[in-house]
Ligand binder design. Structure first.
Ligand SMILES: Cc1cc2nc3c(=O)[nH]c(=O)nc-3n(C[C@H](O)[C@H](O)[C@H](O)COP(=O)(O)OP(=O)(O)OC[C@H]3O[C@@H](n4cnc5c(N)ncnc54)[C@H](O)[C@@H]3O)c2cc1C
Length: 406
């Protein structure tokens, strides 16, 4: 029998926080979501949001179970049917150089006979999440700055105090407030950070040739460039390069859009023919922020508040949805004696999430590091490792299985 007891406050109405609130409402008496900003209700219109997610089959299943997936405008969903990943690192190619024939570069193809992921714009996902939230009895509130967060008292309750003196009390606080999580800081949880000294250039393009549902990615000594499919002949790019290079590319886009576009086309070996930029060009600084603990009595961190990772594998939100799935399962199967913020229950969540989180954080960290180095050993690992990986159906299947499960 399902137990619906306890009050939950989710701080942060991002893509992970709202999903978490909807999932926990099935098992709690009352769930509230708080954010310092109103919910995104921007019309999608004819423009395409250049903040995009590649959502894994596991994330899709979770969003389906919450009644969110069916609310995503189907015309804004693009399945990724295959991935092609190239290693340029030792071919002497930079975006400013003459492109090497793409056919001569080591390449790995991923295809599983089913979509590997689905591309969705941030605004389309947020509109669907907000729709599901409004249709539920989960409350949403814009709140002032949080001043204090108490420890759990004898009754297992925590108190959040806001600027202006308002107080809110609950048995479980979910910190879903992103990389700079205030809940994490107020709970006294340390973080491990790493500055990648690089940034991601993000923008959308119309392309001359169809992408055919393929996500393309080029690893080079300069950085990692991804072409991600959007509806029609459109793509979204995420180009992780040094901070200076990213600033240079953004300036180039401002001063000479034609040269910027040519640079992006060369970086992708002219794979999709002529490009046209159809969005603003944004730059996002890249770092890694890992919480040293993700649970305390009556408190759990999910999503980027628990683990902010490098975006090269497009797995940040997917990892967050993995947290939500495990938290929901543990809460659903709790014993009659356990409260919703029970520390033994929350520790099981932390243990279950440790392996996938560390695996993804380390994989993305090592990959971005490996392709930056110019020593001979790194070059050898890149060449031989990439080629061996590309030849091994089993390794590719295992790697894909891991990413699709997150
Ligand atoms: C360039 C780039 C590309 C990416 N591509 C992908 C991808 O393809 N696939 C993928 O899975 N992931 C991707 N990611 C990662 C993904 O964007 C994040 O993992 C995801 O946004 C995390 O969601 P979240 O809800 O945990 O946090 P956030 O999206 O950061 O949301 C946090 C929410 O908390 C609120 N908040 C913050 N502080 C407070 C406070 N003190 N009080 C109240 N509210 C507060 C904020 O207003 C916000 O609404 C990418 C990231 C980058 C940078």
């Amino acid at each position: 029998m399902r137990r619906t007891t306890g009050e939950v406050i989710v701080v942060g109405a991002g893509p992970v926080g709202i999903a978490c609130a909807l999932a926990l409402r099935k098992h709690a008496t009352k769930v509230s979501v708080l954010d310092r900003r109103p919910l995104t209700t921007d019309e999608l219109g004819a423009t395409f949001d250049h903040r995009v997610y590649a959502l894994s089959p596991a994330s899709r299943a979770l969003l389906q179970s919450l009644g969110v997936w069916s609310r995503i405008d189907a015309s804004r969903l693009t399945p990724i049917d295959r991935m092609q990943v190239w290693s340029d690192a030792d071919a002497g190619v930079g975006a400013d150089a003459t492109p090497t024939a793409a056919s001569s570069l080591p390449r790995i193809d991923f295809e599983e006979g089913q979509p590997l992921a689905w591309m969705v714009e941030h605004k389309a996902l947020m509109a669907a999440l907000a729709g599901a939230l409004h249709a539920s009895d989960v409350s949403f509130e814009v709140v002032p700055s949080i001043q204090t967060l108490s420890d759990a008292d004898a009754a297992g309750k925590r108190v959040l105090q806001f600027e202006g003196g308002i107080e809110k009390r609950c048995e479980l606080v979910v910190g879903a407030d992103g990389r700079q999580s205030q809940i994490r800081a107020l709970a006294g949880i340390d973080i491990e950070t790493k500055d990648y000294l690089s940034s991601a250039v993000v923008a959308n393009f119309a392309c001359a040739h169809p992408h055919g549902g393929t996500a393309f990615q080029w690893f080079s000594a300069e950085g990692v460039l991804a072409y991600l499919p959007l509806p029609g002949n459109r793509i979204s790019i995420v180009w992780s390069v040094s901070t200076a290079r990213a600033a240079g590319l953004q300036t180039l886009a401002r001063e000479s859009m034609a040269e910027f576009v040519a640079c992006v086309a060369r970086g992708g070996h002219e794979r999709l023919g002529a490009l046209e930029c159809i969005s603003p060009v944004d730059v996002v600084p890249l770092n890694r922020v890992l919480a040293r603990e993700v649970v305390k009595p009556g408190l759990v961190l999910v999503g980027d508040a628990a683990h902010g990772i490098h975006p090269l594998a497009g797995q940040g939100a997917n990892l967050g949805y993995g947290d939500v799935g495990v938290l929901e399962n543990e809460i659903a199967s709790r014993s009659a004696l356990a409260s919703i913020g029970d520390i033994a229950l929350l520790r099981r969540v932390a243990r279950a999430r440790a392996e996938p989180t560390v695996a993804m954080a380390e994989t993305t960290d090592r990959l971005q590091g490996l392709f930056k180095r110019s020593d001979n050993v790194s070059k050898w690992i890149r060449r031989s490792g990439f080629a061996a990986f590309g030849r091994s159906a089993l390794m590719k299947h295992l790697a894909m299985g891991h990413a699709m499960k997150n």
